[in-house]
Design a protein around this ligand. Structure first.
Ligand code: CIZ
Length: 387
């Protein structure tokens, strides 16, 4: 695998911003304690309306935190209905957003698909709770819809590592090689790319792109570790960029060894944005959606989630009875999205995502190619299962 010079990542932060946590808590699934406290914000109506979310969240946060958050959840849900808005929340969003206000949850591919499939008349406004690149993707796929993002600064260290000019230079240098671009990029970078991929379909897309371009090599942008993890599974030469995810790059093999020693028999799930040596000691390597499926399919009763903290919390809440060990790292960008900002965004209908129409039109093609191919992979897999 060839790789290109390291670019400084302007978003790189240290422990003060991107906190590391490690917890081994069991989400019991027992009924949520009834909260008898009432004040002018936490009223009977709020308590009743937010009870379903509290049932999911009570093992993850203290009562006093919910008393402050539930009134906001209630206000957001009311305003959302009035505005006929939909709230999309990425798997990395905080549990009160994921379980409290989201209409759709999932990885960026699932959310983009959802947004594209919904009629713009029925849901003219989409609020994207996730990274700004996810909101750009929604806007690219549904240009007539008003797309809002509660905090435009919710970026991504991967997206910030590469510009459209970098991609143009790469295309000149590796003439004829298809450019496969991870979804964690700007619309401008996507516009220069041949096809997009997510962590759920990176290998299949690389293989399909090499075949379509009759090329023995593929330029894969911008995640260096994801590129290395793909390169380990195919003879295709991968030309990689030097971007990294500031969350997943921080996990180490030693950490996994220590966890295995502390929790014998634990099933270790690792995201492919983690370094290859960490992936090598995992029981399962996959995207956020892949991890969620693995928890259900493996029937493991002790699981280590090697990923972002909120993602691990959300999966734990959905799987009572499984003991989750969460040696997680907080994504400071995802943490920028808060209930207060979602409410403000619905009140003011700002900040709205705008993309120059010519950039959007060019960025749409590689995303649509990916969506088309990944539905083909899905139907082939379904057919293989039936056969
Ligand atoms: O595609 C996504 O949503 C990302 C960024 C990661 C994943 O594994 O789902």
């Amino acid at each position: 695998m060839a790789s290109l010079p390291i670019k400084p990542d302007p978003y790189y932060q240290d422990e003060r911003v991107s906190g590391k946590r490690s917890r081994a808590t069991e989400v019991t699934g027992a009924a949520a304690p009834v909260l008898s406290y009432r004040d002018e914000n936490f009223t009977d109506e709020v308590a009743r309306a937010t009870q379903p979310a509290w049932e999911k969240l009570h093992d993850l946060m203290p009562d006093v935190e919910w008393l402050l958050k539930a009134p906001l959840v209630h206000k957001i849900n009311r305003l959302k209905r009035e505005r006929r808005a939909i709230i999309l929340a990425h798997n990395y969003q905080a549990p009160e957003i994921f379980y409290g206000v989201a209409d759709f949850t999932g990885d960026s591919l699932e959310l983009a698909r959802r947004a594209a499939a919904l009629s713009e008349d029925g849901a003219p406004i989409a609020v994207m709770c996730g990274g700004n690149f996810m909101a750009w993707t929604v806007k690219v796929l549904a240009p007539a819809r008003r797309v809002l993002i509660p905090d435009v600064q919710a970026g991504c260290s991967l997206a910030e590592s590469i510009s459209a000019a970098d991609v143009r230079l790469l295309k000149e240098r590796y003439l004829g090689a298809p450019v496969v671009t991870y979804v964690n990029t700007s619309a401008e970078v996507k516009a220069e790319s041949d096809i997009c991929c997510t962590s759920a379909n990176a290998l299949e897309i690389v293989v399909a792109a090499a075949r379509a371009f009759k090329s023995k090599r593929v330029v894969f942008l911008p995640d260096h570790y994801l590129a290395m993890n793909v390169a380990a599974q195919t003879p295709i030469e991968i030309i990689a960029w030097r971007g990294t995810c500031m969350v997943h790059e921080r996990f180490t093999v030693q950490q996994i060894r220590d966890l295995r020693e502390q929790f014998p028999g634990v099933r270790v799930l690792v995201h492919p944005e983690a370094p290859p040596e960490v992936c090598a000691v995992a029981d399962f390597v996959g995207s956020t959606s892949g991890m969620i499926k693995d928890v259900g399919l493996s029937h493991a009763n002790k699981v280590v989630m090697v990923t972002e903290c909120s993602m691990a919390d959300n999966v734990a809440a959905a799987n009572p009875g499984v003991q989750f060990v969460r040696p997680c790292v907080l994504c400071p960008h995802m943490q920028r999205i808060t209930l207060q900002k979602i409410l403000a965004c619905l009140e003011t209908l700002q900040p709205e995502v705008k993309i120059a129409p010519e950039v959007a039109a060019r960025a749409r093609r590689p995303i649509e190619r990916m969506l088309e191919l990944s539905s083909r992979f899905k139907s082939q897999a379904a057919k293989a299962t039936l056969d």
